[in-house]
Write a protein that binds this ligand. Structure first.
Ligand SMILES: Cc1ncc(COP(=O)(O)O)c(C=O)c1O
Length: 417
């Protein structure tokens, strides 16, 4: 049998000498993480040997946790755990399929109804993660010839959603209404536009100027999507979020939230009108083509919503703690930016000094997260602190003492206390 001649169309091009670069070459060349490890300055992937709580164990050492987004301290709440356990007992450990096929349980439907009621919208849709929620909503909603106009500091999942959307992507200066207006004014007349921002910014804990953003967006006929990952459970009556805090529920078209911060689990949701949720349910690819949120997660969030209602003092404690720590840091002369939430940055500036500060805090038993470029702009590296309702005054005082010591050692104060 003669050998078939390979089609030139299908043949893979090769270099003249028969060699080609490997897609894996970059992995061998990527040594930055090894260098930081060798210098003892690698801050990632620490294994926490206990549950998320205010005191954790890392490498057998006790540490004070100030790097968790469990704002209401619900991941270990007995009722939340019992609800998750009950969901597993009733429905098993996984749904083994997408929501649209075999992955919808009564728990998902109940949770969607409760989340919609919490944020004051007609309907809600639960996704497997918060990341997938934004990615799916933005990419499916904004089509060719339409525009995304997003704050410069928005989360990576919105950026990725914008990258997957065939629409045009614009970014306005952080929390700058005039910059938003300049972009909206320059769009082709009549072109649909979705304005996207965050209620509470995840790295520096500052709050968006929602009333002004709404005013400008409405003046130009744009719709608004607010990512409230860090505002839910923290702001608004009963933890209903930043939009309710500003009394703008009727003005903001889409409210997004995650379960991985205040709500003690993993998953995400989008809330809006019935028609919008119906569209997303049939068009958002991460909803269609990813397995549904597990019974344990959904059960835990139902439990978390019940605790939020039954124990409103948690939100009060969270705020008392956040104010106490922030005031202490400011009194010590640290630059805490424009934080107005339980996310408190200590702005250090240089990348290396930030990692050194992280390392010294780690040595002193304080678990915090360094945030360096591209997570923040160059020269704005910071130590990100997140306070929870579970911290005691003694713990927060301990943290302040450690920051004071490290501030002296590394000279990272803005001014002398
Ligand atoms: C502002 C914001 N949006 C979305 C997400 C993604 O949520 P999740 O981690 O629950 O998938 C995060 C998480 O870091 C976030 O901070």
């Amino acid at each position: 049998m003669p050998q078939a001649t390979p089609s030139t169309e299908l043949a893979v091009p090769v270099c003249a000498n028969g060699h080609r670069a490997s897609v894996l070459d970059k992995c061998a060349a990527f040594t930055r993480a090894d260098e930081l490890k060798a210098a003892g300055l690698y801050p990632y992937l620490r294994v926490i040997e206990t549950g998320q709580a205010t005191e954790v164990e890392v490498d057998g050492r006790p540490m004070l946790m100030l790097g968790s987004n469990s704002y209401l301290e619900l991941t270990s709440h007995p009722h939340v755990k019992a609800r998750a356990t009950r969901a597993i007992e009733q429905f098993g450990t996984g749904c083994a399929g997408s929501r649209v096929l075999n992955g919808t349980l009564p728990l998902h439907v109940e949770l969607e109804r409760k989340l919609a009621a919490l944020v004051g919208k007609a309907a809600a849709l639960v996704f497997p993660t918060g990341f997938q929620t934004n990615q799916g909503v933005v990419s499916s909603l904004v089509q060719r010839g339409e525009h995304i106009v997003a704050d410069k500091y928005i989360h990576a999942c919105i950026l990725d959603g914008a990258g997957l959307s065939p629409g045009h992507f614009h970014r306005f200066e952080h929390n700058d209404t005039a910059s938003l207006e300049a972009i909206l004014a320059g769009l082709p007349p009549g072109a649909p536009a979705l304005v996207i921002t965050e209620g509470v910014f995840s790295m520096e804990g500052d709050v968006c100027p929602l009333p002004d953003l709404v005013r400008v967006s409405k003046a130009y006929g744009a719709q608004i999507l607010l990512d409230d990952a860090h505002g839910l459970g923290v702001f608004g009556p009963g933890g209903s979020g930043t939009v309710a805090h500003f009394g703008l529920t009727g003005e903001v078209d889409l409210i997004m939230g995650t379960f991985s911060k205040s709500l003690g689990a993993i998953g995400g949701f989008i809330a809006g009108s019935e028609r919008v949720v119906n569209y997303l349910m049939h068009n958002a690819r991460p909803f269609l083509f990813s397995a549904s949120a597990s019974p344990a997660s959904v059960g835990a969030v139902l439990g978390a919503l019940e605790v939020m209602e039954a124990e409103p003092e948690r939100i009060q404690r969270l705020w008392e703690n956040a104010r106490f720590l922030k005031q202490g840091l400011v009194a010590q002369g640290f630059d805490t930016g424009l934080s107005a939430s339980p996310v408190i940055p200590v702005i250090v500036g240089e990348f290396e000094r930030c990692l050194m500060a992280w390392r010294r805090l780690q040595d002193l038993g304080i678990f915090v997260n360094p945030v360096v470029p591209p997570g923040v702009p160059p020269q704005r590296s910071l130590i990100r602190i997140s306070v929870t309702a579970g911290h005691t005054r003694a713990q927060l005082t301990r943290a302040l003492e450690a920051f004071d010591q490290v501030g002296h050692e590394l000279g990272i104060r803005r001014r002398q206390a």
